[in-house]
Design a protein around this ligand. Structure first.
Ligand code: 5RP
Length: 222
């Protein structure tokens, strides 16, 4: 992981922010660079409203002087990190435990950008843990269903989400069909959200050794 590449990716992405936009703010160390840089632009006069995907992001955005609003029905542009992203813009998110709100914000967004340093880019997603946020009442049931899907769920120790829910970190076989897996997890009552982002990401800015590559859904090359 490389902070200077994270910052470069963040700066490239925030160039897409325009005055008057409602911006979704992601969670994590890479998103933090975007929040800080957006804060600088806000202090220089840029007018935007923002939606935070976590309590931590809310605090950072406030500190940066960015105006926050409640989750609206529609967001113009969201900028968020990822744990893995491939060339088809499939991503795994949620190492920070914010994937439920992140998924809601991504789904509401006209455009979602992932920002990452090169360590997150993979040939095909699947090595990273896939987190699943669970209704506390349904914990044992959901864990059993995830195990039956091959996920070997492990309770994230000492952690609850911003919603107060536990997270089960899963490791599925790397060659699993992720679209089918996402549908299967979505169908488990009590599984509230998971870290597979297969259709949400419109573009990614990935910085490696100081060079930013933009991947755009539907384009074969950056
Ligand atoms: C939080 C996330 C983060 O975006 C993801 O974990 C990447 O974080 P970082 O930029 O710190 O590596 O999905 O739920």
């Amino acid at each position: 992981m490389n902070d200077s590449d994270k910052r470069l990716a963040a700066l490239a992405a925030i160039a897409e922010v325009r005055a008057g936009m409602i911006v979704g703010l992601g969670t994590g160390s890479t998103a933090a660079f975007a929040i800080a840089a957006l804060g600088e632009q806000v202090r220089a006069g840029l007018q935007i409203k923002a939606v935070a995907t976590s309590l931590a992001t809310e605090a950072s955005a406030r500190e940066a002087g960015i105006q926050l609003i409640e989750m609206p029905a529609r967001i113009d542009l969201t900028i968020d990190g990822a744990d893995e992203i491939d060339s088809a813009l499939n991503a795994i998110k949620g190492a920070g435990g914010a994937m439920l709100r992140e998924k809601v914000v991504a789904a509401a967004s006209d455009r979602m950008l992932v920002i990452a340093d090169g360590s997150k880019r993979v040939g095909a997603i699947g090595a990273a843990k896939i987190p699943v946020e669970v209704l506390p009442f349904a914990h044992a049931f959901v864990a059993d269903r995830l195990a039956a899907l091959g996920g070997a769920p492990v309770l994230r120790a000492g952690f609850t989400s911003d919603q107060g829910n536990p997270i089960l970190d899963c490791r599925f076989p790397a060659d699993i069909d992720h679209a089918a897996l996402a549908a299967a997890i979505d169908a488990i009552p009590g599984a509230l959200g998971h870290g597979l982002f297969l259709a949400e990401v419109d573009a990614a800015y990935i910085a490696t050794d100081g060079v930013v590559t933009r991947l755009e859904r539907g384009e074969t090359s950056a």
